[in-house]
Write a protein that binds this ligand. Structure first.
Ligand SMILES: Nc1nc2c(ncn2[C@@H]2O[C@H](COP(=O)(O)OP(=O)(O)OP(=O)(O)O)[C@@H](O)[C@H]2O)c(=O)[nH]1
Ligand SMILES: [Mg+2]
Length: 205
């Protein structure tokens, strides 16, 4: 990623079942996290295109797994949010099973970005996901979203909390604060993705 200013990206497809995942051997970077945490917004910030991934105030907006190609040799993947109480139990179970199928069976998944709202302590669902990623040996980073809503000292406290929590975790590569409003974290996140994708490609060759 010599020039991060402009990243060409386009929508490939949405999938509601594993059979619909695109056949591809390009490395993928997935955004996962609770409903409304800012997954779609982060994708738009990374590619600097406000309408690429659908953003909404209504939690549960992203109902399928959406795949976006980029001109950087990797695919960005927007997952449905977990933990949204207002959708039916059946629907939540459907989301959980497709997220699971993707996160733990997709061979070309190079990096999982776990998004957590910087304003709150991690919830049980966030902790279970982190634990599972660690257990399954999936490379993951934690992104603290909506950091614009915190004072610097509060943000530092949250960062320290996560760094301590993940200190002994082997598969966590980073904890990065971000904001879709100020674009804080954008270049750091892109730099991390570039590094991890290179490592992923090297390990395959
Ligand atoms: N202040 C602030 N608001 C944000 C940020 N990121 C997202 N939001 C807002 O949070 C809401 C949800 O954002 P989305 O990007 O749709 O969240 P999502 O995780 O994709 O949500 P689902 O698809 O429902 O799981 C929107 O109103 C965004 O404008 C951020 O960094 N700062
Ligand atoms: Mg979304």
């Amino acid at each position: 990623m010599a020039d991060d200013k402009h990243i060409e990206a386009s929508f490939i497809k949405g999938a509601v079942a594993p059979e619909q995942f695109p056949v591809s051997n390009l490395p993928e970077v997935a955004m996962v996290g609770r409903s409304n945490v800012g997954k779609s917004s982060l994708i738009n910030v990374l590619v600097r295109r406000s309408g690429l991934a659908r953003v909404s105030n209504t939690p549960g907006k992203t109902r399928e797994i959406n795949f976006f190609s980029t001109d950087r040799g990797f695919v960005l993947v927007d997952l449905p949010g977990y933990g949204y109480a207002q959708v039916s139990k059946t629907r939540r179970e459907e989301f959980a099973s497709i997220i699971d199928a993707y996160l733990f069976h997709r061979e070309n998944l190079a990096l999982v970005c776990v998004l957590v709202d910087a304003r709150h302590d991690p919830m049980t669902s966030d902790l279970s996901l982190l634990e599972r990623l660690e257990f399954e040996g999936r490379t993951y980073a934690v992104i603290l979203t909506k950091s614009d809503k915190l004072k610097p000292a509060q943000l530092q406290e949250r960062l320290d909390q996560f760094r301590t929590l993940l200190e002994l975790c082997k598969f966590n590569v980073d904890v990065i604060p971000s904001s879709a409003h100020s674009t804080m974290g954008r270049s750091e996140i892109l730099g991390m993705m570039k590094r991890l994708i290179n490592e992923f490609k090297k390990a395959l060759s």
